[in-house]
Design a binder for this molecule. Structure first.
Ligand code: AMP
Length: 440
């Protein structure tokens, strides 16, 4: 029997908003989490992006906000902490969609890289929901702008990721400022290690919900392509990008410099490409994501942190130009495609001497990545276990005026001035934000 949202005892104000948003039935993580949250349970939920986890915590939280607070004051009644600015903005956007019939609902996103003014103004009035990255929230807390005495629900989204990014101290300080009788909802891909210990500390008799990856996620086909060297990799990339089935693609690189360089090179080759990384000012990051959403960018070259939270259903391809540093990032990266139940293709390049890194990912996934070759473009070098890769070093050292690689197929650096996006980016580089968030 398929449950509907009203079977979950959600208020009509929410269910009508869900119908308007095109949601017909709850996803598994929503089916399990919503009743538990309404029943005041603390939660530890393992669910991936794409499972519908955001609605799983927002819907019952908003339902709680429908009842008047028993406490006076103007502080937030619910707080969502996220690792990245993009994810925070996405969560607030969803709250506004689900809360569309709650015109009194006041929400604010507190993230770095944006001006304080608007955030301070929002905090000077009564606020219902704050969605924040830990660094900027702490900035406001230090200035005494946030009173948590009314806080009812605390949510940590992608808790494992926040810890990976070094936010443990900030999180502990923030949590210590919230009332002990709050409800705590934790979402994380894993509970291994530090995040498990944190969960124990923060929750009281939590209900554990474990949702397998596939659920709301569409089908993602995967391919592993070995290449001899960077030249070979660039030839493969060029070949793949000319595939007409690509609607939009996200290409992941290991460094910010490389994301800029590759975006420049692709732009020069005639692709509508741009980059997204953590050193770009927030306004520019937002515009880039908007361009992606509106289809004005076909290829986004991104780093891991910057790309988290990207939810654009028309992304048909994810290309791992560089292997992820952490095996679990592989899962997050490929989850940028196959959104909203569609199919996607995730292609991973590995140089033949990166064999061991591939093994690490396969061990994490507990399965082999399907290896493929493109006829006529097969690697010729033999695989070795060595990780060292002299050829690639020069990319990490790339600087604006520095030398470009000479051995690749993609063209030399003539593009920065040609690409209007890059011109603005260059101008803004000197004004890098001083946000305390880790950069990727
Ligand atoms: P999330 O895992 O929260 O990032 O959600 C993944 C995507 O699924 C987002 O585009 C949501 O808007 C969408 N979504 C979430 N729940 C549902 C639902 N019950 N029905 C249809 N789409 C949904």
């Amino acid at each position: 029997m398929t449950l509907s949202f009203s079977d979950l005892h959600l208020d009509k104000q929410l269910t009508t908003a869900l119908i308007a948003a095109g949601y017909e039935t709850p996803t598994p993580v929503q089916m399990e989490s919503i009743p538990a949250v309404l029943n005041n349970q603390d939660l530890m939920v393992s669910a991936q992006t794409g499972s519908g986890k955001t609605a799983a915590f927002l819907l019952p939280t908003l339902q709680k906000l429908l009842k008047r607070s028993e406490k006076s004051g103007k502080g937030p009644r619910a707080l969502v902490l996220t690792p990245t600015r993009e994810l925070a903005q996405q969560v607030e956007k969803n709250a506004q969609i689900y809360g569309k019939n709650m015109p009194w609902l006041r929400t604010v996103t507190l993230v770095g890289g944006t001006a304080f003014g608007q955030q301070i103004r929002a905090l000077s009035r009564p606020i219902d929901l704050i969605v924040a990255t830990p660094g900027r929230l702490m900035d406001h807390m230090r200035q005494g702008r946030i009173d948590f005495s009314r806080l009812e629900v605390l949510i940590l989204d992608e808790a494992d990721r926040m810890l990976d990014m070094g936010f443990i101290d900030d999180i502990e300080t923030i949590v210590a400022a919230t009332p002990a009788e709050r409800q705590t909802l934790l979402f994380s891909a894993t509970w291994d290690g530090m995040v498990g210990k944190l969960a124990q500390k923060l929750t009281q008799q939590p209900q554990k919900i474990d949702i397998a990856r596939e659920e709301k996620q569409g089908k993602i086909d995967e391919q592993l392509l070995y290449c001899d060297d960077i030249r070979h990799k660039n030839r493969l990339l060029d070949h793949i990008l000319r595939d007409t089935s690509i609607d939009q693609a996200v290409i992941f690189t290991a460094t910010k410099a490389m994301s800029e360089q590759l975006a420049d090179e692709l732009y020069e080759k005639g692709f509508s490409a741009n980059c997204l990384h953590g050193d770009m000012p927030q306004g520019w990051r937002n515009r880039t994501l908007m361009d992606l959403r509106k289809g004005r960018i076909k290829i986004l070259v991104a780093t891991d942190v910057a790309a988290r939270g990207i939810d654009v259903p028309t992304i048909t391809h994810v290309i791992n130009y560089d292997l992820p540093k952490q095996a679990e990032d592989y899962v997050h990266r490929i989850g940028r495609t196959g959104r909203a139940g569609r199919t996607g293709l995730a292609i991973t390049f590995a140089e033949v001497n990166e064999y061991i890194k591939v093994h690490k990912i396969e061990r994490y996934l507990n399965r082999k990545l399907p290896e493929q070759t493109i006829p006529g473009m097969e690697p010729t070098r033999k695989r070795s276990g060595k990780i060292a890769n002299k050829g690639r070093r020069s990319f990490g050292n790339h600087s604006k005026s520095g030398s470009r690689r000479q051995n690749g197929d993609l063209q030399p650096n003539r593009t920065r001035q040609n690409n209007p996006a890059n011109r603005q980016r260059s101008n803004q580089q000197n004004r890098r934000n001083s946000n305390s968030q880790p950069k990727s």
